[in-house]
Design a protein around this ligand. Structure first.
Ligand SMILES: C[S@@+](CC[C@H](N)C(=O)[O-])C[C@H]1O[C@@H](n2cnc3c(N)ncnc32)[C@H](O)[C@@H]1O
Length: 293
């Protein structure tokens, strides 16, 4: 699908030949956390080693699709505790560097929600207490060098925003799954801040796990281009409706029928020119190459 400055592909991030050339100035993403969430099209309960292999593959692809000074903001929990306790934040930060991303900084997202605690482990006893972190990480990486060159060179961040957001503790609430209709959306404020802090106006912002399209909406609303990948066709349809409602509502004739660049089923190896990234993308059909199940 292409609409305004947004392109959405119904495809897998594991498909290495999807984009012929590097195009992303800034990648913002929140991958599946392997917490057994009922996504429609991917298994979110992989054995941990397989999850780490999956991570290595997609991070490598995102690296290849990023421009020479591309940046990458990864939203991930500090840890997960089911089925086992794992330091997922540390493990994915290590893997990103193993596939050549350079580390810049970590922002702590304080979700401001001490949830209804039921899982205390051993209540008021040192035998096996359970610690839960009400925060997530946004780990920032870059390719090549940190200093940005190229692009418009235009920043649109205000003085107060810059002072606030370069303080690496961001407090913002979570997004409602019910309101959005997706099992794990992040709040629009999260990509909005990252976009204004780390990209120039007119840059291309990429989300390889775009779900309900939050990152793409923030990109369009803030004068950037957005490219999204989402493996599940029903989330792509949801993304299209959300993009239309949140970015183009004021237009006289809202459109909900525009196509998605979709290769979920049929055979289609034709190269197409993406209007947003203005270069060829290659659509492949053999899902067995890249679907995790
Ligand atoms: C944590 S959610 C992202 C939610 C998104 N940030 C939002 O605000 O809506 C992860 C998404 O990745 C998608 N996904 C899982 N495996 C994928 C793959 N191999 N390629 C592309 N998308 C995938 C899932 O369907 C899910 O929508």
């Amino acid at each position: 699908m292409s609409r305004g400055n947004i392109s959405l592909y119904c495809n897998s991030v594991l498909c290495p030949s999807l984009f012929a050339d590097p195009f992303a100035d800034l990648t913002i993403t929140s991958p599946p956390y392997n917490l057994d969430i009922a996504y429609n099209s991917n298994n979110d309960a992989l054995p941990y080693n397989e999850y780490l292999d999956f991570t290595r593959k997609w991070m490598r692809n995102v690296f290849a699709w990023s421009k020479p000074h591309g940046r990458f903001a990864l939203n991930i929990p500090v840890d997960v505790n089911k089925p086992e306790h794992r330091s997922i934040g540390a493990d994915l930060t290590r893997i990103a560097q193993d596939v050549d991303w350079k580390y810049d900084a970590t922002i702590i997202w304080n979700k401001n929600c001490i949830s209804n605690r039921l899982a205390w482990g051993s209540w008021k006893s040192a035998s096996a207490p359970c610690v839960i972190s009400p925060v997530e990480l946004i780990v920032v990486f870059y390719k090549g060098q940190w200093k940005k060159t190229g692009g418009s060179g235009i920043s649109d961040i205000s003085r107060d925003e810059f002072i606030d957001w370069t303080n690496g503790l961001w407090t913002m609430g979570t997004e409602s799954k019910k309101r959005i209709g997706h099992p794990a959306p992040f709040p629009l404020e999260l990509p909005r801040r990252l976009i204004k802090l780390f990209s120039f106006v007119d840059d291309t912002v990429f989300d390889p796990f775009c779900g309900s399209a939050t990152t793409l909406i923030a990109a369009q609303q803030n004068g950037r281009r957005g490219v999204g990948l989402e493996i599940d066709s029903s989330y792509c349809e949801l993304a299209k409706r959300r993009i239309e409602a949140e970015c183009f509502q004021s237009e006289e004739t809202p459109r909900t029928d525009f196509p998605i660049c979709c290769v979920a089923d049929g055979i289609n190896n034709a190269a197409m020119i993406d209007p947003v990234i203005q270069r060829a993308t290659v659509q492949r059909a053999d899902r067995s190459d890249y679907v995790t199940n």
